[in-house]
Ligand binder design. Structure first.
Ligand code: XMP
Length: 317
């Protein structure tokens, strides 16, 4: 039995003790449940001595920046949105290698975050680390396959005192605390730290991110509609990938040359292994038609990824 209210009271007391006045703390808020719960607890504990920073990298899902901002506002958190899309796209110019992209994005994130931490005068760093984050990081399995850059992956040399109120919790407990606090972030599907950049194969440009953002939105929207009317079972994760090459199609009576979008939907427990979801063909058809209708001049082909993990990974990069 997990006592949410007991945990909340203890966590608030722990944060107050760890960050005595007039100390200031900063947290990177991605909108994910871990960081939102941590920010909410810290805000209750130390009020405006906390600054939650949401970095708008230009790589987030459709509507995500507005949603996260609304959540932070709703919870009464002192927050700031760091608009950094241009910086990210500049840094990503010419970078094609998946690990190269992760590196650029990780470094950019740290630089933007550091800048704001300094401006605010924070000497404490709050993080939404949960138990599996530090238990799993010992085995290094995930990191040897792909370096997972999270907003949590900040360097030790930032010279700030680390405060991690969720360290002993597991995901389902964090979700329980979220519900108790009224944090809405709790039922979202997993989303990678490098965001849409790794769903846009090859070089990342604003134009390509726009395509994959819309395609991801359509995949999510159609699948959730199908789940809502009992037509499909909700996959563990579902999204779109934009392939870097073009193929031939027809538009009206003219030959067209456009991008291919791949749909990825998988069933999994923890992301370590996965099988592709057996989505009804009717649902896949609706996704395909809607993507090619919405982005007529850019996308002329949609394919469904029918590989499991292993041998594939869930993301394509
Ligand atoms: P893969 O593609 O490795 O993904 O099978 C397993 C799970 O991890 C997510 N993923 C990431 N998450 N930073 C993250 O925070 C990353 O760099 C990253 N790469 C993959 C992926 O979305 C899936 O849920």
């Amino acid at each position: 039995f997990f006592d949410e209210q007991g945990f909340i009271d203890e966590a608030i007391a722990m944060i107050q003790e760890s960050i005595p006045a007039p100390g200031k703390a900063i947290i990177a808020c991605s909108g994910g449940v871990d960081s939102m719960v941590t920010a909410t607890l810290a805000s209750k504990a130390i009020g405006d001595r906390l600054l939650a920073i949401y970095v708008d990298s230009g790589l987030m899902r459709k509507g995500e920046t507005d949603e996260v901002e609304a959540m932070m506002k709703n919870m009464g958190i002192n927050y700031k949105v760091a608009h950094a899309a241009d910086e990210y796209f500049d840094a990503l110019k010419g970078v094609e290698d998946p690990e190269g992209k992760r590196k650029v994005i990780g470094e950019k994130f740290i630089r933007v975050f550091e800048r704001h931490a300094r401006e605010f005068g924070a000497t404490y760093l709050l993080q939404g680390t949960i138990a599996p984050d530090w238990i799993e990081s010992g085995d290094g399995v995930r990191d040897t396959i792909k370096s997972h850059h999270n907003v949590g992956g900040l360097p030790k040399d930032m010279n700030m005192t680390l405060v991690e109120p969720l360290r002993d919790l597991y995901k389902d407990e964090v979700r329980q605390v979220a519900r108790k606090l009224g944090v809405e972030a709790s039922e979202r599907q997993p989303f990678p730290g490098p965001a849409l950049a790794i769903r846009c194969l090859g070089e990342v440009t604003p134009e390509k991110v726009e395509i994959v953002r819309e395609a991801c939105f359509i995949v999510e929207d159609e699948i959730m509609k199908a789940v809502g009317n009992g037509e499909a079972v909700r996959p563990w994760q579902y999204f779109a990938v934009l392939l870097p090459s073009k193929s031939v199609g027809v538009q009206g009576d003219r030959r067209a040359y456009g991008y291919t979008v791949a749909i990825r939907a998988v069933d999994s427990i923890d992301g370590m292994t996965a099988t592709f979801s057996k989505l009804p063909l009717e649902v896949l058809n609706r996704i395909s038609v809607r993507i090619t209708d919405t982005m007529k001049s850019q996308v002329n082909r949609v394919v469904y990824d029918i590989t499991s993990k292993p041998p594939a990974t869930i993301e394509w990069e």
